[in-house]
Structures are given as C-alpha cells and as structure tokens.
Ligand binder design. Structure first.
Ligand code: NAD
Ligand code: TYD
Length: 339
C-alpha cells in the first residue's frame, strides 16, 4: 500500500510513521506536512533516506499541491493527523483552526474522491464530546455520545468529523474516524501539559497549573493510539467511528506531582495560574467498541509509560531544547536550503 500520512512531522503522526515503517515494511509512506510551529522535521531525520519513505512540505489546504501529490503517488489510503491541535492557541486565534482542521480535511477528501475513492481515515479527538462532570465517575464517552464542543479547537475537529461522515453518505467515500483521549510519549511538543512540566522541572522553572488542577484527562501512551489506527485502517468497518482510550483518568495536579517526584524536584515549583477559558472538566473514553470489534487493548500501563516518557525527554534534550529556543524552525532551511 502507498499511504499518505498528513501531519507526520508532529507528535502522533511521527510516532505513527515509525510504527508503520516497522510493522509494514512493504508499505510506502508519504509524509505530507506544512511544518507549522508544531512540525519538526528533525523528528524524521533517521527515516529520511529510507527508500519507502518520502517527505513533502505542503499545506493540506493547498488544493493544487495536494492533487499533484495524489497524481504522483496514487495513494491507496490517507491518514489525516494534520491539524492545529492546541486548545489554548485556539482560544487566542480560532480562524487558523477552522482553515486547517475543516477546510484542509475537505481538500484531502476531495482529492480522495478525484483519484479513485481513496480510503480515508480521520484522526479525531474525544474533545468533540465536550466534557463530563467530576462527580459522575460512572459516565463515559461512547460513540453515541452527542457532539457537544467547548473550545474553538474541539469545534473545528467536530466540524471535520461531520464533514467526513457527510462525504461517506453523499459521495460514498470509504471513511473511518477514530476519537482518542489525550496522548503522551516521545516527540510530544513542549507546550502541552506533560512535556511542558518535564521541561520546566528540568530547568527548575515554575510549573503552571491552570486553576486548581482538578481537571481530569484520560491518558494513553502514543504507541497504543498508533496501533489502534493501524487496526482501524486495515480492519475497521467503513463509515464507523471508534473511540480509543485506556481507562487511565488522572487529575492534572496529580500528573504534575508525579513528574516532580520522578525528577526529584520540589512540589514548591507548582504555581497555580489563571484557569483556561471554558476549561473542560473531565474526559473519559469507553473503548468497548474497538475492543470487541477489533480486539484492541492498550498495552502500556501509565506507570510504565510515564517513566519511559520522562526517560525519553532526559535522553533527547537537544530535541526539545531546540524547540524551546526556536532553533528547530531553521532545520528545514539547513537540510534543504541549498538542495
Ligand atoms: P501536533 O500539533 O503535534 O502536530 C500537528 C502536525 O500537523 C504538525 O506537524 C504540523 O506541522 C502539521 N500541520 C498543521 N497544519 C497543517 C496544514 N495546514 N497542512 C499540513 N500540515 C499541517 O498534533 P498531535 O498532537 O500530533 O495531533 C495529531 C492529530 O491527532 C490532530 O488531528 C489532533 O486533533 C489529534 N489528536 C491529538 C491528541 C493528543 O493528545 N495530542 C488526542 C486525540 C486526537
Ligand atoms: P493539554 O496538554 O493542552 O491538552 P488538552 O487541553 O487538549 O487536554 O492540557 C491538558 C490539561 O492540562 C488541560 O486540562 C489543561 C492543563 N494544563 C495546565 O494546567 N497547565 C499547562 O501549562 C498546560 C499546557 C495545560
């Protein structure tokens, strides 16, 4: 198979590409990425020269460029990770979220239609379901939970999901959607909770916890998410939505304290800061469907995954230090400027 993976220079997309190259060496993987602030080409440096891998710097909203790539590569499938993904940034500036997350999705699906009804998978999020109250631990998101978004980010992802289902019904495009809970692991951009707290701890900087830190997220090790998408791509039923999550709910404050503990740093670094506007209280996925239909189960327990993740950030300081300094954005120029 030839698979176009969009957003593959970001956190989950890069992990997915590594997973696919290792598990399906017969496949050809094309990474299409605009290299926004969240994309880091150095993440892909070890695979750049593989004969069955190609990187293309392109915006998913660039219709002409996307169609030309489809013409060249004749893909069998598209997995769309490309998105503006940070809730806080969406509160500051919603419009780029609508552009990339909704318009970009429609351009990719139009290309899929134009080039032979190419199989399309949309990587979505549990945030499309809104949030759950803290005092109802019996409640979980199922695939039947109504869409009820809180932030411009989640609204743009929900808009894209609706469009994906409309392309199935209207045009018969063979689509699937996965809605996953919060991921953590290697190559996570250090503006998100876990990598930010690790980096700040290591730099003895304050650890900014929004509000009281009681908000609950359902954390999944990124490799488990990648395995779920691989399964859905190969065995998922067309037109279906699959929730992905591992029943690992934790309050933010407990995560931050755990990171302090693992890195032998004092909890006095924790600083409570003004809460996020419209801050979702609790996310919790019911993964029954993907388990019973596709046999998926998470393999990495949080206590192991968080240790592996912290070890990765300790062993790969240049990767995140270059991000914090801004130097990573020159990498493309350095690599390709004179080619
Ligand atoms: P990320 O921000 O780390 O990476 C996004 C990537 O998309 C970057 O490489 C960026 O350069 C690229 N990109 C952005 N706009 C683009 C455009 N217009 N054209 C081409 N490329 C573009 O994001 P992530 O955390 O890896 O998330 C990937 C996907 O998974 C997103 O769709 C997100 O909504 C979804 N998701 C994320 C999580 C999570 O916990 N991170 C959980 C569930 C779902
Ligand atoms: P984040 O990693 O941005 O993911 P999401 O908002 O998509 O769940 O944030 C995870 C949680 O951590 C969320 O409840 C907001 C909170 N948070 C902080 O308390 N401090 C921070 O500096 C960040 C980035 C997030």
């Amino acid at each position: 198979m030839t698979i176009i993976v969009t957003g593959g220079a970001g956190f989950i997309g890069s992990n997915f590409i590594f997973h696919m190259l290792a598990e399906h060496p017969e496949d050809r993987i094309i990474c299409l990425d605009k290299l926004t602030y969240a994309g880091n080409l150095s993440t892909l440096k070890d695979i750049m020269d593989k004969p069955n891998f190609r990187f293309v710097k392109l915006d998913i909203c660039d219709r002409e460029g996307v169609y030309q790539l489809f013409e060249e590569e004749k893909p069998d499938a598209v997995v769309n990770f490309a998105a503006e993904s940070h809730v806080d940034r969406s509160i500051e500036n919603p419009s780029i979220f609508l552009q990339t997350n909704i318009i970009g999705t429609s351009v990719l699906m139009d290309a899929c239609r134009a080039f032979g009804n190419v199989r399309y998978h949309q990587v979505s999020t549990d945030e499309v379901y809104g949030d759950l109250p803290l005092d109802r631990p019996d409640l979980f998101f199922t695939e039947e939970t109504p869409i009820h978004t809180s932030s411009p980010y989640s609204s743009s992802k929900a808009g894209a999901d609706l469009l994906v289902l409309a392309y199935l019904r209207t045009y018969g495009l063979p689509v699937t959607i996965s809605r996953c809970s919060n991921n953590y692991g290697p190559y996570h951009f250090p503006e998100k909770l876990i990598p930010l707290m690790i980096a700040n701890c290591l730099n003895d900087k304050p650890l900014p916890v929004y509000g009281e830190g009681k908000n609950v997220r359902d954390w999944l090790y990124v490799e488990d998410h990648c395995k779920a998408i691989d399964l859905i791509l190969h065995k998922g039923r067309i037109g279906e939505v699959y929730n992905v999550g591992g029943h690992n709910e934790m309050a933010n404050i407990d995560i931050v304290k755990l990171i302090c503990h693992e890195l032998h740093k004092p909890e006095s670094l924790i600083t409570h800061v003004t809460d996020r506007k419209g801050h979702d209280m609790r996310y919790a996925i019911d993964p029954t469907k993907i388990h019973s239909e596709l046999g998926w189960l998470p393999e990495t327990k949080f206590e192991d995954g968080i240790k592996k993740t912290i070890r990765w950030y300790l062993d790969n300081k240049p990767w995140w230090e270059e991000i914090i300094s801004g130097e990573y954005q020159n990498y493309y120029e350095r690599m390709y400027g004179n080619r």
